[in-house]
Design a protein around this ligand. Structure first.
Ligand code: KIV
Ligand code: ZN
Length: 388
């Protein structure tokens, strides 16, 4: 039996915090329903108290969502919570996400406060939010660097105050997968009442470990993952939705988890997010990068043409990638050239292929990539039978 992991998408909130990626209400109204169609369970739409524009965006997008929970962020401040609740008034499934920093660094430098006072503020915020909505998620900011015993005390207290979800953010992307997994396990084993709520990961990517940490969290008891499309987010970003979802899918037999993500829509939504935010996806980005399924070296192409499983662990079509993935460069071999020529209607025998390959290498040494129009203009005319 698979266990369900809930996908909490924060592209519109943490993702939007990337400099230059700010979204208008109209843009959030395009992306929100697209993310819901992708199958996310919870959509963090924004931080309503941060600006009138974000208040409006949360209100408008939450009206559009049919199945996903609409979530709004707030600090552990009554005014923030009032505004979040107001913005969520039309949501079918509203959730207030409130919280406070629990690491000694946050307590001392951000709040100039004490552990006791921060615990009191956490409890008060959750109780206050419960006055507006049933579903209240508590975040312990910088949990990744918080003292574990103290973190557990805070979590136990906010469960008693009515929290339904406990978010354990590795805000600074500091943890190693084992450390983060251990933290979640310890919480699962030592916090009274934890089995009546959902524990969530929220991992940042400062050391490139956000996906690994999120998966480790799930393996140790978390059942919600907070993530963003294309891994967007503060600084080096958040755990990438597409990576977490595909790790859980590709390792379903060993791990036994499932999500509601419609995998075939991943590429389309990734492109929509990238275009709407004006943030290109790096070419070698796992799952959604331009080169994620491209094969350029002769050795790899030869294996791939014989059998895809030699160099592909994911069928590109499973994430909605269409078209060929054999890229022709000066490192490509005869088989790949023959394959591409065949695909554009120019099958060649071995003798002709040798001639074609010599010409191909001349072109390829001058260019980064040889595309179909190069073949059509420079190689196909060498063989009269061809019709492209
Ligand atoms: O990274 C973080 O700690 C956050 C919280 C506001 C949830 O984004
Ligand atoms: Zn964050």
């Amino acid at each position: 039996m698979s266990q369900r992991v809930y996908i909490f998408d924060t592209t519109l909130r943490d993702g939007e915090q990337v400099p230059g990626c700010k979204l208008t209400t109209a843009e959030k109204k395009i992306l929100g329903p697209a993310l819901e169609d992708l199958g996310v369970d919870i959509l963090e739409i924004g931080f309503p108290h941060s600006s009138p524009g974000d208040f409006e965006a949360v209100q408008e997008v939450s009206k559009l969502l049919k199945t996903a929970t609409s979530c709004a962020l707030s600090r552990a401040i009554q005014k923030d919570i009032d505004v979040a609740a107001d913005a969520l008034q039309y949501a079918k499934r509203p959730r207030i996400h409130t919280g406070i920093g629990t690491s000694d660094s946050h307590i001392k430098y951000k709040f100039n406060s004490t552990r006791e006072k921060v615990l009191e503020r956490a409890v008060a915020a959750v109780k206050y939010a419960k006055g507006f909505v049933e579903d209240v998620e508590f975040y312990a900011e910088d949990a990744g660097r918080s003292d574990l015993e103290y973190l557990c005390q805070v979590l136990e207290a906010v469960i008693k105050a009515g929290a339904t979800v406990l978010n354990i953010p590795d805000t600074t992307g500091y943890c190693l997968p084992d450390m983060y997994g251990h933290k979640i396990k310890y919480i699962m084993e030592n916090v009274a009442g934890v089995h009546n709520v959902i524990v969530s990961t929220h991992c940042h990517n400062d050391l490139g470990l956000a996906t690994a940490n999120s998966v480790s969290g799930v393996q140790n008891g978390a059942r919600q993952v907070e993530c963003t499309m294309n891994g967007l987010g503060e600084r080096a970003g958040n755990a990438a939705l597409e990576e977490v979802a595909m790790v859980l899918r590709q390792h379903h037999h060993e791990l036994g988890f499932e999500t509601g993500i419609q995998y075939k829509k991943i590429t389309e939504v990734s492109r929509l997010v990238s275009e709407t935010m004006g943030m290109p996806v790096q070419a070698n980005k796992a799952i959604v990068g331009r080169n994620a399924f491209a094969h350029s070296s002769g050795i790899h192409q030869d294996g791939l043409i014989k059998n895809r499983s030699t160099y592909e662990i994911i069928d590109p079509a499973d994430v909605g990638v269409e078209g060929h993935n054999i890229v022709l460069t000066a490192r490509s071999g005869r088989r790949a050239l023959a394959y591409r020529l065949d695909q554009i209607g120019c099958p060649l025998n071995d003798v002709d292929l040798n001639r074609a390959y010599s010409k191909f290498l001349e072109i390829a040494d001058q260019k980064k990539e040889v595309v179909d129009t190069d073949l059509a203009q420079e190689i196909v005319p060498m063989f009269e039978k061809v019709n492209v």
